[in-house]
Design a protein around this ligand. Sequence first.
Ligand code: SAM
Length: 324
Amino acid sequence: MAKKLNSNLHTAKQQKNDEFYTQLADIEREMLHYKEHFIGKTIYCNCDDPEWSNFFRYFALNVEHLGLKKLITTHFVYSDMFVEGETYKLEITKGLDVNADGKIDFSDVVKTALKGNGDFRGSECIQILQEADIVVTNPPFSLFREYMAQLIKYEKKFLIIGDQNAITYKEVFKFIKENKVWLGFDNGGTKWFQVPDNYDIQTESRKKIENGIKYFSKGSIMWYTNLDHTKRHKSLEEIGLFKTYTPAEYSKYDNYDAIEVSKVVDIPIDYDGIMGVPITFLDKYNPEYFKILGLDDHRVDWRGRGPDINGTPIYRRIIIQKIK
Ligand SMILES: C[S@@+](CC[C@H](N)C(=O)[O-])C[C@H]1O[C@@H](n2cnc3c(N)ncnc32)[C@H](O)[C@@H]1O
C-alpha cells in the first residue's frame, strides 16, 4: 500500500515538473534554420494544448508562410483527471490569424473528439503520428526516452526540446551514435519557461514574474532533431578548431587507449587516435570530420563514471575519432 502511495506521489510530482511552457521567441529563433523542410508537410504537435501552446501558436500563425499542408494538435489530459469527451484533435490547413492582428481565431478549425486522454502513446495519437511528417514540440522531460523512441520507431522527422542530460541516457545516446538524432541550433545557455502559479521553484534566481506571469529558468536546454541544418556542416575553422596534437599537452587515460580533451576548442585536428571529449562537443558536431564511438569508457552498462587519469575518474566523456 505504502509503495503504491509513494509511486502515486512520484507520478504527481513528475506531472507537476513537466508543466513548463516554451516561449514563442525561442521557437521562432530555432525554426529560422529549418524552413525548407516544412514546405508541403503535415506537422503534429502532440504535447501541446492548442489553447496555450506556443508551438501550436507558431505553426497556426505561419501555415501559409511555411507552406504547410496541415497542422494537427491534440489536447492531452492526465489520466487521473481525464473525463471522457474532454480531449480533442484540431486540424488546420489555413493560417488562423484571420485579422492579421497576431491573434489566433479558432472559428475556422476542424475539431474532432478523441476517445482517449490524448496521450502521445495512445493508439489514436499514434495513428495521427503516422499521418504526420514532422513532429515539433517540447515533450514531457520525464517521458523523454519513450517519446524519442516512438518518433524513431515510426520514422518521423522531428524537432524537439530536451535537457542536456538526455544525451547521456543510453536509450537516446544510441540514436546519436548512429546519426539518427543530433542537436539543433540554439543549444545550452538558459531559457525561461512559463510555469503555472503553483510551480515550485526553490532557487530565487531561477524565478521571475512579469506581467503577472511566472517564469522558471532552466539551463542546458537542447534542441534534438533529425532535420538537417547548416550548423551541422560547418568547417573545422568555422567550428573554431585549429589546435594540433602534442603528447605533452594531452594526457592518455589509464584504462582506455584514448587521449583526454577537456575542452571542445582543444580537440586536436590532426590526431588520428581516439579522444574523450565533453558532451557539449555535440553542439559542434559535424559528422563529416568525426565519428562517435561511445560514451565514457565505452562500457555498455555505463553508470556515470568516465575513464580514469592517474586513478581519478573523468566525468562524462563522449569518445570520438577523426574520420580519415
Ligand atoms: C514540458 S511541457 C511543454 C508543453 C508545450 N509543448 C510547450 O512547449 O509549451 C510538456 C507537456 O506535455 C504534456 N504531457 C505530459 N504527458 C503527456 C503524454 N503522455 N502525452 C501527451 N502530452 C503529455 C504535459 O501536460 C505538458 O504540458
